[in-house]
Write a protein that binds this ligand. Structure first.
Ligand code: ADP
Ligand code: MG
Length: 484
């Protein structure tokens, strides 16, 4: 279903393209040996290259190149065996060199694609225009001294991947799905931790509006939005602003804007600068970056299984729905946990327990799957106890609760609390006879046609056995006795 906004002059469509800056996971910076560790004392991870000392020469870090290529492969993108680094010139106090080393005309990665899933179950492909490597800048600290600002260069020179999408996104929901999917792929690859709160992934959001079928109109770029929710809000607010301008007979100016989540508005930062303002030129300190096809092939072969493939495999191998498979592969540790539980067991019931009671218990206790007191081995053992008839499904829920509290193995709990399922037909027959005698009035009603009362008798049987009766046997016995 297409997402549209209604104006006074008719229906408007939103057009969005995202530029995502993703911090590369690497030990050292893009062109220096300084550490990338987060949270060090200000200026404790700064080499002379990062500080822009005259005469210092940048040297490319192979690991950052490897990570960019792996990311490109994960985005099913074209890998450019030759790429170049350019200087993007501008003055800012957190940029001691006066230029950022980036890639302009010859990025390392070309066109690719990201498949997104929407809440109605449909999927869409969002085109990737390019991915290039560039340096991050330092950080200004304005709040330490009443008169002065300080600069921390720890982040200066850290490798970023700028991942640019085609203007293929058509709604806030699609933008959110795109960012979640991109983050998921980066995390599976281990090329970026995707932590938007810490700034290791941030998005520039390009927004325009048009009437259906029209060519694209002028866009505005909203800089550095640092959460998925804010990206989605900013798109809607900015689109609404642009529609009002067009409908009042005005023109949208191409400009860079900021999103203020507290005020719920976007504000102009500066009119859009053009490429020539940055006076891009090839960095004379760096040779063209040339990589071998063999190396790319090798990296491709050692890529981990990615979310789309894992999801398809889970559906096929474990017979679960696309939706459940999607939930399970959302995070790699969850997918691994599920797979350990499901291996050699009924995949559907494993999925039901993991996404149901198990996730609910994690949520309730605020624990991540890595911190779960219930191991995959123990959850699997619990499924075995259900499958071999040691406990019924209802009791299993209580057993799982206890497993969360004590971390015990399920069989220990079953023995300690005497929770074994009652399958002794003789005992269950006696219990049924008692119940039938005690509730003779209900029996008459039931036999007179009030079928719904059957559930009442099942409930009584469970009550009589502390919930431990085998439900199938209970059903058989009650049918036999009541319908006789
Ligand atoms: P620049 O180099 O000025 O940043 P690009 O052509 O590289 O411009 O585009 C940057 C981003 O803007 C891309 O993500 C692209 O998809 C998006 N974009 C381009 N045109 C439009 C448009 N009319 N509406 C919305 N987004 C757009
Ligand atoms: Mg741009």
């Amino acid at each position: 279903m297409t997402y549209t906004l209604e104006g006074n002059t008719g229906t408007w469509e939103i057009v969005v393209g995202l530029e995502v800056h993703a911090q590369v996971i690497s030990q050292s910076k893009l062109f220096s040996g300084a550490s990338t560790l987060f949270g060090g004392e200000p200026n404790s991870h700064v080499s002379l290259v990062d500080a822009g000392f005259p005469g210092m020469l940048p040297v490319i870090n192979q690991e950052c190149v490897r990570q960019a290529v792996r990311t490109g492969l994960g985005l099913k993108a074209h890998i450019n065996l030759e790429s170049r680094f350019d200087r993007k010139n501008y003055f800012y106090a957190d940029l001691p060199t006066g230029y950022q080393i980036s890639q302009f005309e010859h990025p390392i990665i070309g066109t690719g694609v990201v498949l997104i899933e929407l809440s109605d179950g449909s999927t869409r492909e969002i085109g990737i225009t390019r991915l290039h490597l560039e340096q991050d800048a330092g950080k200004l600290m304005h709040d330490q001294d009443p008169k002065r600002s300080f600069v921390d260069l720890n982040r200066a020179g850290v490798a970023l991947m700028e991942i640019v999408s085609e203007p293929d996104i058509r709604s806030p929901e699609e933008a959110g799905a795109y960012l979640r999917k991109l983050r998921q792929i980066l995390r599976y690859l281990g090329t970026c931790d995707g932590n938007m709160e810490e700034g290791s992934m941030r998005a520039d959001v390009n927004v325009s509006v048009r009437k259906a079928g029209e060519p694209f109109r002028t866009r505005c770029e909203i800089k550095n939005v640092n959460s998925i929710r804010f990206v989605m809000q900013a798109i809607e607010i900015e689109a609404t602003r642009q529609i009002e301008i067009w409908e009042a007979g005005g023109e949208v100016d191409q400009e860079t804007r900021l999103f203020d989540p507290n005020k719920g508005e976007t504000r102009s930062l500066r009119s859009k600068e053009d490429a020539h303002d940055y006076r891009y030129f090839p960095d004379p300190d760096l040779l063209p970056l040339v990589i071998e096809q063999d190396w790319v092939d090798q990296l491709k072969q050692t890529l981990p299984e990615l979310p789309d493939e894992k999801r398809a495999r889970f559906q096929k191998e474990y017979g679960i729905t696309a939706y459940d498979a999607g939930v399970l592969v959302a995070e790699q540790p969850t997918a691994d946990f599920y797979e350990r539980v499901a291996k050699g067991r009924d995949g559907k019931s494993a999925s039901a327990w993991v996404t149901g009671d198990f996730f609910a218990a994690l949520n309730r206790t605020g624990k991540s799957i890595e911190e779960s007191p219930v191991s995959s081995e123990n959850l699997g053992a619990m499924l075995d106890l259900i499958a071999d008839g040691t406990i019924n499904g209802k009791i299993a829920k209580d057993v799982l609760e206890t497993m969360f509290e004590t971390g015990e193995a399920p069989l220990e709990i079953v023995e300690r609390k005497g929770l074994r399922q009652v399958t002794d037909t003789g005992a269950l027959e006696t219990a049924a006879d008692d119940i039938i005698t005690k509730h003779a009035d209900k029996v008459t009603e039931y036999r007179g046609g009030k079928d719904k009362l059957f559930g009442f008798f099942v409930g009584q049987m469970m009550k009589a056995t502390g919930g431990k009766a085998n439900p199938a046997i209970v059903n058989d016995i009650l049918r036999k006795k009541l319908d006789a």
